[in-house]
Design a binder for this molecule. Structure first.
Ligand code: TRP
Length: 337
C-alpha cells in the first residue's frame, strides 16, 4: 500500500510561540512518527521574502524554527524536513505552474485582496501600491510546494484553505493541458480540535498583534510574560469563570482532561489570579524545560542543524528531481536525445 503524503510549510519570519506550538507544531511532531504516512515538513523561506526584507530576521527565524522542531522530537527518519530554498526544483515548478495558472484566480486570493482593500481604505490612488509580485503569485509558489511532492493532505489553519483549493485548481489545469494525471490533488486538513490560543491581551495569539509568548523564552522571561496575561479584576476568593479566561485556556491546552477539570473546580472556589499565574508558569515550565535546554544546545550547534536539513533536502530532491524532469518533458522542455 502506498503511503499518504502529508505536507506542510512554516513561513520563516517569526519566533515560535505557544500558539504555534499547540496549533501546528505539536500535532505535526506527533504525525512525524506515523509510519503509515510520509510527512514533509519544510521551512517556507522563499515565502518569508514576500513580507520580510530583513535578512537577519529571516535568518534567525529559520534557525529558531528548525531548532524548535528538532528539540521537540521531530522524527527525521520518517519525516522529510528541509528548507524550501534548498530545493531548486520548487521555483522551477513554480514557473511551469505560473504559465497555466489563471491570472483571474490570483486576483481573487484573499491575501492580495486584503492588501488592495487596505490601499483603497487608506485613500491610495494606486490599489496595488506597495504590493510585490511575490504576494500576488504567493498561491502559485505554495501550489508548487504541495504539487512537487504529490501531497495528499495538507494540515493548515483556516486562513490557508483557499490556497489549497488554488493548488488543486492549478494542478488540475496542468494535468488537463499536458494530458496526464501528473499531480495528485491535495486536500486541506483543518483540525478543529486543536486549540487556538489567546495571547497576552486576550486576542488570538499572533505575531501581528504583538501579544505572543515565545515557546522557548528563558525561564525568567517566561514567568514575566505569564504574569502579564490580562485577567479581569475579580478578587481572590471570588468565584471565577474559566470561559474566556486566557490563563485557563492555555493551561488546558497543555493539561489532561482531569487536570483541567480540577482547575475548573479551583476557579469555582475563587483561586487568586496571582496564584493561577504561578500554577500556569510552573505547569508549563515543567513540560518545556527539557525541550528548552535541547533548543539552546541546538542553537549553539548550527552545524548539526545544517547537516539534518541537508539530509532532508537530499531526500526531498530524490523525489523532486526526476519528477520535475517528467513535467518539463511533458511541457516540451525535455532533452533532445
Ligand atoms: N502559506 C503558509 C502559511 O503562511 C505556509 C506555507 C507555504 C505552506 N507553503 C506551504 C503551508 C505549503 C502548507 C503547504 O501558513
Amino acid at each position: 500500500m502506498s503511503k499518504t503524503t502529508v505536507l506542510t510549510g512554516i513561513t520563516t519570519t517569526g519566533t515560535p510561540h505557544l500558539g504555534n506550538y499547540v496549533g501546528a507544531i505539536r500535532p505535526a511532531i506527533a504525525a512525524s512518527r506515523d509510519q503509515s504516512m510520509t510527512p514533509y515538513f519544510f521551512l517556507a523561506d522563499f515565502h518569508a521574502l514576500i513580507k520580510c526584507h530583513e535578512p537577519e530576521r529571516v535568518a534567525a527565524s529559520r534557525r529558531e524554527i528548525a531548532a524548535t522542531w528538532l528539540a521537540l522530537g521531530l522524527d527525521t527518519d520518517n519525516a522529510v524536513f528541509y528548507r524550501q530554498s534548498d530545493i531548486p526544483e520548487i521555483p522551477e515548478l513554480t514557473w511551469l505552474l505560473t504559465c497555466v495558472a489563471a491570472k483571474g484566480l490570483m486576483n481573487r486570493a484573499h491575501a492580495y485582496k486584503a492588501a488592495v482593500q487596505e490601499n483603497l481604505d487608506a485613500g491610495d490612488k494606486d490599489p496595488d501600491a506597495g504590493i510585490n509580485m511575490g504576494l500576488y503569485s504567493y498561491p502559485i509558489l505554495m501550489a508548487a510546494d504541495i504539487l512537487m511532492f504529490n501531497a495528499n493532505r495538507v494540515p493548515v489553519g483556516r486562513d490557508q484553505i483557499q490556497h489549497i483549493e488554488m493548488a488543486r485548481d492549478i494542478g488540475q489545469r496542468f494535468n488537463h493541458i499536458f494530458g496526464e494525471d501528473f499531480f495528485a490533488l491535495p486536500e486541506a486538513v483543518v483540525d478543529d480540535r486543536v486549540a487556538v490560543l489567546n495571547g497576552l491581551d486576550g486576542r488570538k495569539m499572533s505575531k501581528s498583534y504583538n501579544n505572543t509568548i515565545p515557546l522557548f523564552e528563558s525561564e525568567k522571561k517566561f514567568r514575566k510574560l505569564i504574569n502579564k496575561i490580562k485577567t479581569n479584576s475579580l478578587e481572590p476568593g471570588e468565584p471565577k469563570d474559566t470561559e474566556g479566561c486566557t490563563l485557563f485556556q492555555i493551561y488546558s491546552a497543555f493539561a489532561s482532561e482531569e487536570e483541567a477539570q480540577a482547575m475548573k473546580q479551583r476557579y469555582a472556589e475563587g483561586i487568586a489570579w496571582g496564584e493561577m499565574k504561578k500554577e500556569l508558569f510552573e505547569y508549563l515550565n515543567e513540560q518545556l524545560r527539557g525541550p528548552r535546554e535541547e533548543y539552546q544546545r541546538l542553537l549553539d550547534d548550527p552545524g548539526h542543524i545544517e547537516a539534518v536539513l541537508q539530509q532532508g533536502a537530499e531526500k526531498a530532491r530524490s523525489y523532486a528531481t526526476p519528477f520535475l524532469e517528467r513535467l518539463k518533458q511533458a511541457a516540451g522542455l525535455g532533452n533532445f536525445v
